[in-house]
Design a binder for this molecule. Structure first.
Ligand code: THG
Length: 379
């Protein structure tokens, strides 16, 4: 290795990296690392992933997740179009409900894994992960000659996450909000602006997502939550690597891409067999089921002291050090006192009796065990 000090590049926020309605507060609160997501800044951590995590598990945080952009689909063919792009049965999605619904193309590739909100009989918001969905859906609507309009509305989600989020939101909106069910939403007004409030969010600690519908009111909304949050030790936060891995949430672009199908990613539980509507992925997915998958996204517990999540890809190898897959995300979990990881491995290596190792930094081999969804080693 070379002995020169590594100077990491700085992220320049040019006009191509779109502004968020809340970012002034995010910068004031000194988020210390950022990534980009749908061409917008997204905080990676404030103090450190572990320090942020400890606070998130005990208190409440406000997260600028504007980068989870909305694609609005509205018009007489809205339901038909939404059914077409996801294998999930969207006829079961009631008005006021949200569904986590992978978007899958005609080859069975995962295009994105959004949350879809049904706002009216013929109106949806597709709250996307980090990949281009607007152009894809518009192309499908045009190609199919559908009577529907597809556009990006002025909508920005702000997440309130952590065990004290119910108390905080009840102080702002009244006690009824405590009764909001998981993955349902309601309308409300905060800081003189109309918002949609859903019980959802990308953490294992519970909470809400507030969809701001007027970007010019971003700082007012943030400040109202901030003031109400003072008694609850509120902090600014962001999706937390340790927490989301413990919770088992996949990150599109890291853990899966267009090259993966939903079966190998373990997303089968969101593809109901009851679906009757036409979906562009139906034939491809049936073929994949018939032939069986070639690889699986698995959860691994990796032995030894805390590891830092790699940017480069670490190989997963068998006992003869032959490559059987790649590690895609990793964090040391204080709760499980172990390194927890997602990895994509050959289906033939996905056996409980298989000895697996992770080639860490190209330097050392660490034993790894396949676990179930709750991080219990499989036997
Ligand atoms: N919130 C909103 N939009 C988003 C995300 C979000 N878009 C991108 C990204 N996150 C999508 N990824 C997920 C993954 C899982 C869940 C939410 C978003 C989730 N899943 C539950 C589960 O797996 O148990 C519930 C699924 C269901 O019942 O439908 O919460 O965080 N706005």
């Amino acid at each position: 290795m070379n002995s020169r000090q590594l100077i990491l590049p700085r992220l320049v926020l040019s006009r191509r990296i779109r502004k968020t309605p809340f970012e002034e507060r995010v910068f004031e609160q000194s988020a210390s690392a950022f990534t980009t997501y749908n061409h917008m800044p997204l905080g990676s951590y404030y103090i450190s992933a572990e320090e942020d995590y400890r606070h998130l598990c005990r208190h409440v945080q406000v997260w600028d997740v504007s980068c989870e952009r909305q694609v609005e689909v509205v018009g007489p063919d809205a339901m038909k179009l939404v059914e077409l792009v996801t294998p999930r049965d969207m006829s079961k999605c009631r008005i006021g409900q949200c569904k986590y619904a992978p978007l899958v193309d005609e080859r069975g590739g995962v295009v994105n894994d959004p949350v879809i909100l049904r706002l009216a009989e013929d109106r949806f918001w597709i709250s996307i992960a980090d990949s281009g969905v607007l152009h894809w859906i518009r192309g499908i609507a045009y190609g199919k000659g559908m009577d529907v309009s597809v556009f990006e509305p002025d909508v920005s989600p702000l997440a309130v996450q952590g065990p004290k989020s119910d108390d905080l939101m009840a102080d702002i909106l009244g006690d009824e909000i405590r009764g909001l069910k998981f993955f349902w939403f309601t309308k409300g007004e905060i800081a003189d602006t109309e918002v949609i409030i859903a019980r959802s969010g990308w953490s294992g600690q519970g909470g809400f997502e507030i969809y701001l519908q007027d970007g010019s009111k971003g700082l007012d909304l943030w400040d109202a939550i901030w003031e109400a949050g003072r008694p609850y030790s509120i902090r600014a936060g962001c999706p937390n690597l340790i927490d989301r891995i413990e919770r088992g949430f996949l990150s599109y672009g890291s853990d899966m891409t267009l090259e993966n199908n939903p079966y190998e990613c373990g997303l089968d539980r969101f593809l109901e067999k009851s679906k009757e509507a036409e979906s562009m992925s139906t034939a491809a997915l049936a073929e994949i089921l018939k032939n069986g998958v070639r690889r699986n996204l698995v959860q691994l517990s990796v032995n030894g002291g805390p590891l830092v999540s790699p940017r480069s890809v670490w190989d997963v190898v068998d006992e003869r050090k032959n490559k059987v897959g790649i590690l895609t995300s990793l964090a040391y979990s204080p709760k499980y006192e172990s390194n927890l990881a997602f990895a994509t491995i050959d289906a033939s290596a996905n056996r409980v009796d298989k000895k697996l190792m992770v080639h860490v930094n190209g330097e050392e081999f660490r034993d790894a065990r396949i676990t179930d969804r709750n991080w219990k080693v499989r036997h």
